[in-house]
Design a protein around this ligand. Structure first.
Ligand code: HEC
Length: 183
């Protein structure tokens, strides 16, 4: 309990620092009341999807005119970057959440992928196991949509026990979930 309380306090303090610096320095005068920008002022909402944290910090510490140089320290710029990156829930909110059941499968597992935003048209899953320099693959399955538009599910089969990686493929991206079968 104590741990939770301390952690929550720390997070609140950090968020407040960035939020306060932004509010006190009139960033919204140029970048818009909801940080969505309008030419020539870039949107800051969702910035973490196309700029890294160091890039955001650099843009704040070494701004290009007409953006003013506020003389922020690196730590302050970091707090601001974290605040800006969290405006839309943050990059992590984009990450699909993969659930595998049972957690320690033997012959097969039901894989469920939840997409937080707009779900892709097609989602496939394939499992692979490294065997020396070769790798073995399970049959590629197309996950099927469910009544929940964010949720895809399907069954992946494992031909033997061991350390597999389930690869979820959608929109040209792949996310991997390691799993050990046969336990
Ligand atoms: C006078 C208008 C103005 C104000 C006030 C202003 N900015 Fe900017 N800002 C700009 C402009 C213009 C750019 C684009 C500069 C360029 O790259 O040409 C920019 C760029 C940025 C970028 C980089 C965006 C990207 O996509 O690369 C960040 C981050 C940023 N501003 C944050 C802030 C923060 C935080 C504040 C307040 C502390 C602030 N700005 C205040 C005009 C402003």
């Amino acid at each position: 309990m104590l741990f939770h309380a301390v952690f929550a306090l720390t997070v609140v303090a950090e968020v407040n620092t960035g939020a306060k610096l932004v509010a006190q320095n009139g960033c919204q005068a140029c970048h818009g009341a909801t940080f969505r920008g309008s030419a020539p002022y870039p949107a800051l909402y969702g910035i973490e999807h196309h700029r890294t944290r160091p890039q955001i910090i650099a843009a704040i510490i070494n701004p290009k005119a007409p953006m003013p140089n506020y003389g922020f320290t690196a730590a302050q710029a970091g707090d601001i970057a974290d605040y800006l990156a969290g405006l839309d829930g943050g990059a992590a909110a984009d990450q699909p959440v993969i659930t595998v059941a049972p957690a320690h499968p033997s012959g097969y597992a039901d894989v469920t992928v939840r997409f937080p935003g707009v779900a892709p048209k097609r989602v496939t899953a394939v499992a692979s196991m490294a065997m020396g320099s070769m790798s073995m693959h399970s049959p590629n399955v197309t996950l099927h949509a469910t009544s929940d538009p964010h949720l895809y599910t399907g069954r992946v089969e494992f031909s033997m026990s061991g350390a597999w990686t389930i690869h979820i493929v959608y929109d040209g991206k792949t996310i991997d979930r390691p799993i050990v079968t046969g336990q």
